[in-house]
Design a protein around this ligand. Structure first.
Ligand code: SF4
Length: 367
């Protein structure tokens, strides 16, 4: 399969779905951990091609959805400081904070919040505005971390001391471990996101599958990629094997991307990290190493402490959605109180959120 269109070929998709149905014997709950894959599944109705005994769960793979509410409060505090430019990806703008509204509201009230498409644009702002402080909101998984890590490296090279990062970077494997601590709700297998594994390599997931006692298939984002991943999972489950299959070898190598891994290891260290609605997960995130502390916005600017609402106490049951315990359209607020125009939680705000995916692709009526 050389061309992108071939990965959406209807005949190929039908044959993969038929093969899944042919070999599948036992019920299986399979969780993808990538907002892009969630949307591809819903957009192409891939779940409707599967036998009813296979259930797809939509895990905590949307970076904006897992960014803590308190982080947004801190970002808003920074944006309100005189002379500060805050740079962010657009999907963070409307995510509710714990107590201060959202960045969109702060921007509308006059704060200098700029939507960027690359962290390196923050460097341009810093060099063009030497009298201002530029704070970049560095969030996301292993996919965004290398570009965010490049920011302080280049700032140091260019002797720019007016740029810093507010970091809330997440790692995927620790949250898979956390999800599997409750055997009653843990999925039977995982689809791992190809772009994450393109950075880290497939090797860590090989060991992880054995550790978790569950199959993991590394998959891409086109319909045929996702169905191929599900087919590999079903094969492993039917044979009772807890192994990793790289079903996306055109992008993922065992060792990953050495240059990206090198810059990650230079700039970041592994730390405990708060996940929105899920609480603190040990060793599940990245923070700046002490050598790069001068670029840590949390140290550069005084911030009023803010607590995230305890898991389960918020009006929005996003934690249950993120853990695969609740399908988005079974949330009592789905498409009633909670819509993309009136979101109660981050999964309805973000273009990568599972609730937004159901709203846009599955219809707006609760089942
Ligand atoms: S539908 Fe809305 S309220 Fe329900 S879990 Fe999703 S974001 Fe939260």
């Amino acid at each position: 399969m050389q061309h992108w269109s071939e990965y959406s070929d209807p005949a190929l998709i039908r044959s993969l779905a038929a093969e899944i149905a042919r070999i599948s014997r036992r019920p299986a709950r399979i969780m993808e951990v990538c907002g892009g894959q969630t949307h591809a599944i819903l957009r192409h109705a891939l779940d409707t091609l599967l036998p009813p005994r296979i259930t797809l769960l939509h895990g905590p793979g949307c970076p904006v959805c897992v960014t803590p509410a308190a982080y947004l409060d801190h970002a808003i505090q920074m944006a309100r400081q005189p002379g500060v430019i805050v740079t962010t990806f657009g999907d963070l703008l409307r995510v509710p904070s714990a107590s201060s509204g959202d960045l969109y509201g702060v921007k509308a009230a006059g704060a200098d919040v700029r939507v960027i498409t690359s962290p390196l644009q923050a460097l341009d702002f810093a060099s063009r505005h030497p009298d201002r402080q530029v704070v970049h909101l560095a969030i996301g998984f292993e996919t965004t971390a290398p570009a965010n890590a490049l920011l302080p490296v280049l700032a140091r090279e260019r002797q720019l001391d007016n740029v810093s990062l507010l970091v809330s970077q997440f790692l995927v494997p620790p949250i898979l471990r956390a999800i599997c601590t409750d055997p009653a709700t843990a999925p039977d297998a995982f689809l791992a996101a190809g772009h994450v594994c393109a950075i880290t390599g497939s090797d860590p997931y090989d060991a992880l599958a054995r550790e978790l006692g569950r199959p993991i298939a590394i998959t891409g984002f086109q319909p045929a990629d996702i169905l191929l991943g599900i087919l590999e999972i079903v094969r492993l489950l039917e044979h009772g094997r807890a192994a990793m299959i790289n079903a996306y070898p055109r992008m993922v190598r065992p060792e990953g991307n050495p240059a990206a891994r090198s810059i990650l290891e230079t700039v970041f260290e592994i730390t405990d990290r708060e996940w929105r609605g899920l609480g603190r997960v040990p060793l599940s995130g990245l923070s700046l190493k002490p050598d790069w502390a001068a670029f840590d916005a949390a140290q550069r600017f005084p911030m009023r402490p803010v607590e995230d609402p305890p898991p389960g106490e918020a009006d929005c049951p996003a934690a249950d959605v993120l853990l695969g315990r609740l399908q988005p359209d079974h949330c009592p607020h789905f498409a009633i109180r909670c819509t993309p125009d009136t979101p109660l939680g981050a999964p309805m705000v973000s273009p990568e959120g599972a609730c937004a995916a159901f709203f846009h692709h599955r219809g707006t009526s609760p089942p």
